[in-house]
Design a protein around this ligand. Structure first.
Ligand code: SF4
Length: 293
């Protein structure tokens, strides 16, 4: 099948063939892996229970992580009385934190696009999917669409915090989730493009500065906040709000911003939150514990 290297190419091809970008992404996957379309589809579908399991583990395990920095917050939010967040937003936020907590505690997760940003896509697509009673096949199609977005970002910018800062990890996940939700709800490719552009734009410049070099602070709670951003971007796009800057240009800008970021703000823990007085104290305490163990 025809190759695609940009969102424009992907969406034009999908429109030409009157199908979701997710269907094209599945065909591409089958072609590249030299397997049947059905097998590629089934492989993606089999990720759904892993997504759900990581969320359940994260929600159920209220213990702190080995570092003591995170743990129990997904459960706390899930059980709390909400003051103004809608039930869907609350669940998406709690589920995203749950998957990210599961990652920090070494449970099995699906990197999407990375382990640090693993909560956003499954939480957002999963919660909306359950809300509208989507079938597993519809869920799978939305995941393929999200994956296709991630692939274009990886090719034209980056999905690694060490290369492009957290905008590359959580920003990409927000774009993937927002476009996936629009697909789930039967939106147009134009709306998917708006959703992913609006979502990524909101996170441009976001730095990667994990405390003690662990994917915990600010990563875990950031997943929860970003799940709500993805939902907002999808709602805005479905309401007919356009991104003035087209998605491919947003992705290109993200790549350029990533290259402008100093190395100290690209996963090296040499600046930002990692070197705040509290960040330093935690790092020193953890290093001392390691030396004495
Ligand atoms: S702050 Fe860095 S390590 Fe944490 S999720 Fe973002 S990119 Fe990943």
């Amino acid at each position: 099948m025809k190759d695609y290297h940009s969102i424009k190419e992907l969406f034009e091809e999908a429109d030409l063939r009157h199908c979701s970008p997710g269907i094209l992404a599945c065909r591409k996957e089958a072609e590249e892996q030299n397997i049947s379309y059905e097998e590629a589809w089934d492989r993606m579908k089999k990720l759904i229970p892993i997504f759900e399991h990581s969320i359940r583990r994260g929600l159920a395990d209220k213990t702190r992580s080995l570092s003591g920095m995170i743990g129990g917050d997904a459960n706390r939010l899930y059980r709390a009385r909400m003051h103004f967040l809608s039930p869907v937003c609350r669940r998406a936020c709690a589920y995203a934190i749950a998957a990210a907590e599961a990652n920090a505690k070494m449970y099995r997760i699906v990197a999407c696009p990375t382990a640090g940003s693993c909560g956003i896509v499954p939480a957002v697509i999963g919660v909306v999917g359950r809300e509208i009673h989507a079938s597993d096949d519809e869920y799978t199609r939305a995941l393929f669409t999200a994956g296709a977005i991630g692939r274009v970002v990886a090719e034209n910018a980056s999905i690694a915090g060490a290369v492009g800062g957290c905008q590359a990890e959580c920003g990409t996940a927000v774009g993937m989730a927002a476009a996936g939700v629009v697909d789930l709800l039967g939106g147009t490719t134009e709306q998917m493009g708006d959703a992913l552009a609006l979502g990524i734009k909101n996170l441009l410049g976001l730095v990667c500065d994990p405390v003690a070099g662990l994917v915990e602070v600010p990563c875990v709670k950031r997943n929860g906040m970003d799940a709500v951003i993805a939902l907002t971007a999808a709602e805005m796009a479905l309401a007919g709000i356009h991104s003035v800057i087209p998605p491919d240009e947003v992705i290109e800008a993200m790549g350029k911003i990533g290259r402008l970021l100093p190395a100290s703000l690209r996963e090296t823990s040499q600046a930002g939150l990692a070197v705040t007085p509290t960040g330093r104290r935690i790092t020193e305490e953890l290093n001392r514990k390691l030396r004495n163990s």
